[in-house]
Design a protein around this ligand. Structure first.
Ligand SMILES: [Fe+2]
Length: 477
């Protein structure tokens, strides 16, 4: 009798607990307005070539070092090589300093690129506005950028997250919305121009048009690049089989500063964040260079200096869309345990042309011979966010798996971008902004609690002090 009673209690406990775990996620029923998802025609003003002979075009920048005191400025001159020279200073119209870099070019099928200039501008002061000039004579162009504050645990900073952007009217809407957000640096989760949707010489031409298209943002603030499948460009029919050729020629990264052997995977520290960029399409299994590098880079993360640990990759590890379902399994099998062990705060990915956010879950007990094979709630796990909804010509991925898996917290098939606004070492505000809602309407928002500073009793004490000054916020994680 006693044993029957125990069984009853146990059964009801299990049932009650499993009730708590029953799918609490939301599948948004929002239907977006139909816009064509074709690329904008090349003669549209968004792709306008700047006036003047050999005028610099496709200007873009990325962080140039490990600490945020350098930028790499890149641009293209169409007709002549001319010097790769950046004149810069802290007063408008006054160039106190000169930095020089290198010029390169490449061919893809019969397309010949313009002269591509890359200049490292280093030894900058933190938290300072710089003006810079590139080009010569009447064709010279001036821009500006703001360096981040010195690295520190409570430094506020606002990042934007964009993925799978392309060059359609939806892409333009995403870009314009992002630029209204006030974010200071873009974390780009791969698939830039979608130039590989074209053939022969048009591939290079669409890389050029994309460079001019995004210049309105990329000339003024760093975009932290990661590569997607549309950067691979494996074209045997054109006799072009070197992967990532256009991407690597055009979009350098500061991989040497973090001891990486490849521009495809690297890390930067900026304000209060340590950002690790992984390559979904480069070898990553045990003993490969990417695996070896990541194991070392995770040891270099110092949460006392940069509390926020953010990872970027192209293929999402947790995705419940029919598009690209399970494609992230191989990287999950290799790296998920590390993400949990190192208490990564958030993993951003793209690839799926929709928006999705996970609960904090992990699936690291299964070992082929033993253990559960199902993701379970895990407070040490990152939040996984897919922002592959920049608006490229392939359109939206509108078919989600039904029922919504328990790991999926919110999902919606429409275009947008995200922002992550770090307030201090314990709290950050996260927003996903749907394009259709006007420029400043967040659709999915929550407060992200820092994984490191939320977990130990000593640090919890400090967290309490910071929490009390936090605003009355929405949902929290
Ligand atoms: Fe992709």
């Amino acid at each position: 009798m006693k044993s029957l009673l125990f069984q009853l209690i146990l059964t009801s406990f299990v049932l009650l607990n499993s009730d708590n775990n029953v799918n609490a996620g939301v599948t948004s029923d929002f239907i977006r307005k139909e816009y064509p998802s074709e690329d904008i025609p090349l003669d549209n003003e968004v792709f306008a070539v700047p006036t003047g002979h050999n005028a610099p075009q496709q200007v873009h920048m990325t962080q140039g070092d490990y600490e945020g005191k350098a930028v790499i400025i890149s641009w293209v001159t169409a007709d002549e090589p001319e010097a790769s020279k950046v004149q810069y200073g802290t007063s408008k119209g006054k160039s106190e300093f000169i930095a020089e870099g290198k010029t390169t070019n490449y061919t893809l099928y019969k397309y010949k690129s313009g002269y591509i200039h890359h200049v490292l501008v280093d030894n900058l002061e933190y938290d300072t506005k710089y003006y810079y000039k590139i080009g010569t004579g009447h064709s010279a162009r001036e821009f500006w950028f703001q360096t981040p504050p010195k690295i520190g645990p409570d430094v506020p900073y606002k990042f934007g997250i964009i993925g799978d952007l392309g060059q359609t009217y939806n892409s333009l809407s995403t870009l314009e919305h992002y630029m209204e957000s006030g974010a200071e640096t873009v974390l780009f989760v791969g698939d830039l121009a979608y130039a590989d949707r074209y053939e022969y010489n048009d591939v290079g031409i669409r890389w050029d048009s994309w460079g001019r298209f995004v210049e309105r943002s990329t000339a003024y603030q760093p975009w932290i690049w990661s590569a997607g499948n549309h950067e691979i460009e494996y074209f045997p029919y054109m006799d072009e089989v070197v992967p990532f050729k256009s991407y690597l020629e055009r979009y350098p990264t500061p991989h040497l500063a973090c001891k990486s052997s490849s521009p495809m995977w690297y890390a930067v520290r900026r304000a209060s964040a340590h950002i690790i960029v992984l390559s979904s399409y480069s070898p990553f299994v045990k003993y490969t260079p990417q695996w070896e590098w990541l194991s070392e880079e995770l040891k270099r993360v110092d949460r006392e200096k940069t509390p926020w640990l953010i990872i970027l990759m192209h293929i999402p590890i947790y995705n419940s869309n029919d598009a690209h379902f399970m494609e992230g399994e191989s990287m999950r099998a290799v790296f998920e345990e590390w993400f949990v062990h190192h208490k990564v705060d958030v993993v951003f990915a793209g690839h799926v042309h929709a928006y999705e956010r996970s609960f904090r879950i992990s699936n690291i007990r299964y070992n082929v011979s033993d253990g559960d094979r199902y993701p379970v709630p895990d407070k040490s796990a990152p939040v996984y966010i897919t922002v592959g909804d920049g608006g490229n010509q392939e359109g939206l991925a509108g078919s989600f798996r039904d029922p919504q898996p328990e790991y999926s917290a919110f999902r919606e098939a429409s275009y947008g971008h995200s922002t992550l606004e770090i307030r201090n070492r314990t709290h950050a505000l996260y927003h996903w902004n749907r394009n259709d809602d006007g420029k400043k309407v967040p659709t999915d928002s929550f407060v992200l609690h820092n994984q490191y500073w939320s977990s130990s009793p000593r640090r919890r004490k400090l967290k309490k002090i910071h929490s009390s000054s936090a605003l009355g916020w929405i949902a929290s994680y």
